[in-house]
Design a protein around this ligand. Structure first.
Ligand code: MG
Length: 249
């Protein structure tokens, strides 16, 4: 069941989204050679609590961290820990917060020091996929228009789209209907209406689309161990076009 949000609810979600945006902006500054992924998670949690919000992922189905940290061939859901960031790594940081009963969810993938040209291109194209998907979030279009824009841009660069996971509706709960696929299937999907709020999150792989779950039972990784990138925003469909709730203001 899809719940459409009122204007008042969207403003509450913007407050949650602002916390997410500010946390990710701060994390970007701390992503340096020698920093552990656990340190990043602690920074995220401290800043969230200071803002009067709560990290959304911590304890979710037993997830141990406040932040998902997925390095290099890891796609999503990496557990923050003792891994030390090194020159040439890319790290995806996925963060959610709940504030006054509403959720925000966002992700960025960040380079550590100097990275290879292919890695830099993967980050660029994945972020472009996100914004091309968001551009399609216009009243009267369908969910498949969002999926198609994401998929066609990624695939036109020779990349593959992760199929085992996708974006989602979001509101009082982190995961609501509908699911937002990063590829097209049969059918047009739901019609986009004002008040529909989605977390759109392309996950783009340099090699195979196939993923595996690592032995920690959380981390999703590429089967071929080639790089993967991930960008995410929480966006409301409005009469005036897509409204990104997790952008820095
Ligand atoms: Mg999400």
């Amino acid at each position: 069941m899809i719940s459409l949000k009122s204007k008042r609810e969207i403003e509450l979600m913007r407050d949650a989204g602002r916390v997410v945006a500010e946390v990710l902006a701060e994390l970007r500054l701390h992503c340096r050679i020698g920093v552990t992924t656990l340190e990043l998670s602690r920074i995220a949690e401290a800043k969230t609590v200071k803002a009067g919000a709560k990290p959304l992922f911590k304890g979710y189905r037993g997830f141990p961290g406040a932040l998902c940290t997925s390095v290099n061939y890891q796609v999503v859901h990496g557990i923050p820990g003792s891994y030390v960031l090194k020159e040439g790594d890319i790290i995806s940081m996925d963060f959610g917060a709940i504030y006054k009963g509403y959720c925000g969810d966002g992700a960025i993938t960040v380079p550590i020091g100097a990275i290879s040209l292919p890695a830099a291109n993967l980050l660029k194209v994945t972020e472009e996929c996100l914004y091309l998907g968001i551009e399609q979030m216009v009243v009267g279009k369908h969910l498949s228009d969002v999926s198609r824009a994401i998929q066609s841009h990624g695939e036109s660069h020779g990349y593959s789209m992760v199929r085992d996971l996708g974006g989602h509706g979001i509101g009082r709960k982190m995961h609501e209907d509908p699911m937002v696929l990063n590829y097209v299937t049969n059918g047009r999907g739901v019609k986009l209406k004002p008040g529909l709020v989605l977390a759109v999150e392309p996950m783009v792989n340099a090699g195979t689309e196939e993923t595996v779950i690592l032995s920690d039972d959380w981390t999703v990784a590429t089967r071929d161990r080639k790089l993967s990138a991930h960008f995410e925003h929480t966006i409301a469909v409005t009469e005036n076009g897509p409204d990104i709730l997790t952008k820095l203001v």
